[in-house]
Design a protein around this ligand. Structure first.
Ligand code: CIZ
Length: 308
């Protein structure tokens, strides 16, 4: 019997498919991908794909972004149920009502959404940011305008700290980054002398406060690349990120921060994609992302925000 990795490789050739994978996917999926990256790099990479099929190993909003930015491609997502707690926290109708209420009250504002949101939400916004470009985009909003930032309150709070721009924050949070245990983090720091803590800006302020470096996944890799001697790095983001760190910089040691209620803190949505589902979606050319009416407006916002 052929092993599943061999099957995927053959199908990929046969169907002329490009596999894109997020850093939060299992290492075995990142390894088989043509390109692995964060949302920003993946969105940009999706625009360059020439093959007729993109298999997006990530969550729904990421595959949707790839379809919007390269509409002539068939975009497959191995498991259509791979969602996102942040995207769920901000339904488009609720956002539209809130924006209307602010306008009725005479507030002058622009809306920025984190890329972890549905296309319908993106279509209601002025800007889309990722952890990789958020600071630069926030600085583009004219000083006289207020900023409504959705859906991640922790990222919004962090952006206020680094840019000085006050924001109206939506009450959303990522289920993975919200529940890191500060107690365990402090115990680990004590146990591993000279260790460095790397935290994602989706983490709450209490975790960021004890970190040596705060940044998105791509920024974390860049920072690690700057270390000359082997280091002990405690990582407060989705633990599959450590596969990519280990793969690129094996001279360092990496330690995951446990969650309050579980030892591993893996994203259950990202974990829905498996090698078997990746193979099956190539065989069936399904499930795929189907064009929706709101994608036209979302495309304008995404193009202005991520590709310029
Ligand atoms: O931007 C992304 O892809 C996310 C969700 C996190 C990160 O920092 O890569």
């Amino acid at each position: 019997m052929k092993d599943v990795v061999e099957e995927i490789k053959e199908l990929k050739q046969q169907k002329k498919a490009t596999i894109l994978a997020h850093y939060y996917q299992e290492g075995e999926i990142q390894q088989i991908a043509d390109f692995a990256g964060d949302s920003l790099a993946l969105a940009r990479e999706a625009t360059k794909v020439e093959n007729p099929i993109i298999v997006f190993c990530g969550v729904h909003f990421m595959a949707e972004t790839a379809k919007i930015l390269n509409p002539s491609k068939k975009v497959l997502l191995p498991d259509l149920q791979a969602g996102c707690s942040l995207a769920e926290s901000c339904p488009a109708d609720k956002l539209a009502r809130y924006q209307e209420m602010l306008r009725i009250n005479g507030r002058k504002f622009q809306t920025i959404t984190y890329i972890n949101s549905t296309a319908e939400v993106k279509s209601l916004c002025d800007w889309v940011v990722t952890s990789g470009n958020a600071e630069a985009v926030v600085r583009k909003v004219p000083e006289g305008m207020e900023i409504l930032f959705v859906p991640d309150k922790h990222l919004g709070q962090y952006l206020t700290e680094v840019t000085g721009r006050k924001m109206i924050l939506w009450d959303g949070a990522c289920i993975v980054h919200e529940i890191f245990s500060l107690g365990d983090l402090l115990a680990m720091k004590k146990k591993i002398p000279d260790s460095l803590v790397f935290a994602h800006p989706e983490c709450p302020a209490n975790i960021r406060a004890y970190s040596d470096f705060v940044g998105g996944t791509e920024a974390m890799l860049k920072k690690i690349a700057s270390y000359n001697s082997p280091a002990d790095i405690i990582v407060a983001t989705e633990p599959n990120m450590m596969w990519q760190m280990q793969n690129r910089f094996p001279q360092h040691r990496y330690y995951p921060v446990p969650g309050i209620t579980c030892a591993c803190n893996k994203c259950p949505h990202m974990a829905r994609n498996t090698l078997e589902k990746l193979r099956d979606c190539l065989v069936n050319e399904s499930p795929q992302i189907v064009w929706q009416p709101c994608y036209d407006r979302a495309k304008e916002v995404l193009t202005r925000s991520l590709l310029n």
